[in-house]
Design a binder for this molecule. Structure first.
Ligand SMILES: Cc1ncc(COP(=O)(O)O)c(C=O)c1O
Length: 380
């Protein structure tokens, strides 16, 4: 029997209107997508769009996965809290001291847990833009609302502390700081971060300090050693970048002790995976791979920055594994990306980031051959 329309539950009305203003996260293009679109062999494609490690993955991590595969055992859940990995992280970074280590399915999943823990309907978050767009997504999910602080290319995307501090009001529950910042590559000093943390504390806000790229600025520049001193500071880290394990989705965070019991109540159970956990443990102490990756990045970042500048682009100083630059008046960013895509090179149209100038491009530092090909493709 055909139901009358009026009797059906109106699913559209149920639609979550707080998501109306949200756009889905735009991921960098994949190799398969581009191979198909431009009819190119997959092995000819150079992927410099998602800030992955161009040297591959830590060989020690790969070895650990391969030897586990021989066991043929995937019937048991992994350790729900990633305790063995957390123990290894604590051994490598004893400066974490009296703070807690949390493990997640990428830092994205750590961010989700933090949003569940802290944000309520009607709360505000403070986000400097342009930056990593997931902060806005998790804010809106929680029916909270972002307050944006707009940084400017003419000021190298630097945060003006006085202006920024004025936006930290009692209704702001999380201040997101991305350090170094994606997509611009600039960074905040500890002096600046500490001033923000103190002001946030006065207003009853937490600071989420995203250190996805901190290793490129120097391991010693991480502030995981400060979390035990500031009970409103939370730090996010990842195995997706310097350790080369983006596909295995392991991230971690450092949380003040007073939050851990509540965090455990809201975190996704079993969000990680066994192979990722095993690989991350090994990658953590693969000093040779880390050193090679840092070396490659340093050389490539200088090479790309200099050559892009010689091509008359406005290049921004970067302390990460990518470099951002403006392509106008020569190009529009969409044209620029398409020109490279046709040659099998994937870069990121950072003009699509909220608050970014529309001619901004972000390129991940590749290996020397990839970097040279990229520059050659721009000479024609
Ligand atoms: C600034 C920033 N934070 C967090 C992430 C997410 O990292 P993960 O792969 O660990 O989820 C990314 C990924 O590109 C990022 O750029």
């Amino acid at each position: 029997m055909k139901e009358k329309d009026e009797e059906k539950p109106n699913l559209l009305e149920y639609k979550k209107t707080h998501l109306n203003s949200l756009k889905p996260y735009i991921a960098g293009k994949s190799i398969n997508e581009i191979a198909e679109l431009y009819n190119l062999p997959t092995n000819s494609i150079i992927k410099l769009g998602s800030n992955e490690n161009p040297l591959g993955s830590s060989p020690l991590a790969i070895e650990a996965i391969n030897s586990y595969l021989n066991k043929n055992q995937f019937n048991f859940y992994p350790d729900a809290l990633g305790q063995s990995l957390a123990k290894n992280i604590r051994q490598k970074f004893p400066e974490i001291g009296q703070a807690e280590i949390i493990i997640g399915n990428g830092m994205d999943n750590v961010l989700e847990g933090i949003a569940r823990l802290i944000l309520r309907k009607g709360d505000k978050t403070l986000i400097h833009i342009p930056t990593f767009e997931y902060y806005e997504i998790i804010t809106r999910w929680a029916e909270a609302e972002p307050i944006y602080y707009q940084t400017k290319p003419s000021e190298n995307f630097k945060i003006n502390l006085e202006e920024f501090l004025a936006l930290i009001k009692p209704e702001v529950k999380i201040v997101f700081l991305c350090n170094p910042n994606n997509p611009t590559g600039n960074y905040l000093t500890w002096t600046e971060i500490e001033i923000i943390i103190k002001q946030a504390k006065k207003m009853g806000s937490f600071v989420f300090l995203d250190e996805a790229y901190i290793e490129y600025l120097g391991f010693e520049n991480s502030h995981i050693n400060k979390v035990h001193k500031y009970d409103n500071l939370i730090i996010g880290r990842t195995f997706s970048k310097i350790y080369g394990l983006a596909a295995l989705r392991i991230g971690w965070g450092v949380l003040p002790t007073n939050l851990i019991n509540e965090y455990r109540k809201v975190q996704t159970p079993f969000s990680t995976n066994l192979l990722g956990l095993l690989a991350a443990e090994k990658a953590l102490s693969d000093n040779e791979f880390i050193a090679k990756s840092l070396d490659n990045n340093k050389i490539g970042l200088t090479y790309l920055s200099n050559n892009l500048e010689n091509l008359d682009f406005k290049v921004f100083d970067s302390q990460a594994n990518f470099v951002a630059f403006q392509v106008s008046p020569k190009f529009k960013s969409k044209e620029f990306c398409e020109h490279l895509l046709k040659k099998g090179i994937i870069v990121r149209n950072a003009g699509l980031f909220n608050g970014a100038p529309d001619d901004l491009i972000r390129i991940t530092i590749g290996n020397s051959e990839q970097n040279a090909k990229l520059i050659q493709s721009l000479l024609i």
